[in-house]
Design a protein around this ligand. Structure first.
Ligand code: UDP
Length: 347
């Protein structure tokens, strides 16, 4: 686990009522930080915040696009570091409704950064994505950070715009002798839930593979449709890298403690092993002891065939690696949450 001894002061977590953001809030509170959580609750869950409630958690329902409110919160709480998770994150939806993604993810982050700049925030940890790589050339999988970024979905493009804003802002601040440090953490696929069983994944609609498969195993869906079986992979289905959500957050904490004003850090966060859609379904059947109805369906727009990380850079620079690399254990962790909360945060 990351060293949590040095305190960077108040931390703002945007999207803190969402799946990944709530795990960040939980971890930062455990580490003794004061957390200012901002979420517009469009897709996040008030119940996640209520479950984490304590004296050092300050929740504000606000939109990241509302720069004046964000600036005021940053100043009121003397925030030194922002972890920015708030975003829309469905590749398929981004293809059908691209402007919504540019509005929320790119314009929203722009308003955040303007507010952060006005408030003098010196460190920014950004939730980026492997979708910024698009379809990497075959000789660049597993994917290193220097792989060309050429997204094939508006989701990936919206996140890449934010990486560019951060790069350019950091450069301008350096020239102005007001160093600003940022990290762009490019997530692969995130799965599982926290060990205490308090918070977990609850999307509406749920489109992500592992939750969908587990809901099918619990009889909440008829079965599972595989989106494309003619990809250039061993079994014809897409390959992804599934990192446990608590490992993902541990990497954020490690990076946050290492981040100095003036730094520009880019890391891939994955386990370094890819699993196909069929392998995920097989593992879920093993873990749940069920046999699922599987349908071979057409490809989903915006899906590259193979995305898995070369995680060597963060290991080399910060000594960080994922602690959970066993696929069945990751799926079992997600399954525990879904069994305990079959209707998510709804009672
Ligand atoms: N997928 C699938 N059936 C589903 C949901 C997802 O075949 O019901 C596939 C999807 O096409 C992709 C992989 O599973 O290749 C992971 O998709 P997910 O939506 O979980 O994450 P993404 O890779 O889009 O971030």
């Amino acid at each position: 686990m990351a060293d949590s001894s040095s305190s960077p002061g108040s931390i703002m977590v945007t999207g803190g009522a969402g799946y990944i953001g709530s795990h960040a809030v939980q971890r930062l509170l455990r580490d003794g930080h004061t957390v200012v959580c901002v979420d517009n609750l469009a897709r996040g869950h008030r119940a996640a915040i209520d479950r984490l409630a304590c004296d050092t958690l300050h929740f504000h329902q606000a939109d990241i696009g509302d720069g004046d409110t964000i600036e005021k919160l940053l100043k009121d709480y003397n925030v030194s570091t922002i972890m920015h998770f708030a975003a829309l994150a469905y590749v398929g939806e981004s293809v059908t409704d691209p402007l919504k993604y540019y509005r929320n993810n790119a314009a929203g982050a722009l308003a955040m950064l303007e507010a952060a700049d006005r408030a003098g925030v010196s460190r920014f940890v950004f939730s980026s994505t492997c979708a910024t790589y698009g379809e990497p050339p075959a000789d660049m999988v597993p994917i290193p950070e220097h792989c060309p970024q050429s997204p094939i979905s508006p989701y990936g493009a919206s996140k890449l715009h934010v990486e560019h804003m951060l790069r350019d802002l950091a450069e301008a601040k350096r020239r102005a002798n007001q160093p600003f440090g940022y990290a762009a953490l490019r997530y692969f696929n995130v799965a599982g839930s926290d060990r205490s069983g308090l918070i977990g994944e609850d999307h509406d609609p749920e489109t992500h593979l592992i939750p969908v498969v587990l809901q099918a195993a619990m009889g909440q869906r008829d079965g599972i449709s595989i989106f494309g079986t003619d990809y250039p992979t061993d079994d014809g289905t897409c390959i992804r890298d599934y990192i446990h959500v608590e490992d993902l957050i541990d990497a954020h904490v490690t990076v946050m403690h290492a981040l100095e004003p003036g730094d520009e850090r880019h890391y891939n966060l994955g386990i370094g092993t890819g699993y196909s859609v069929r392998q995920i379904i097989d593992a879920a059947q093993r873990v749940t002891g069920t046999t699922l109805k599987i349908t071979d369906g057409p490809r989903r727009a915006g899906d590259p065939p193979k995305l898995y990380a070369n995680p060597a850079k963060i290991k080399g620079e910060l000594g960080w690696t994922a602690s959970l690399t066993d696929l069945d254990e990751t799926i079992a962790s997600a399954y525990r949450w879904f069994q305990k909360h079959p209707n998510g945060y709804d009672a």
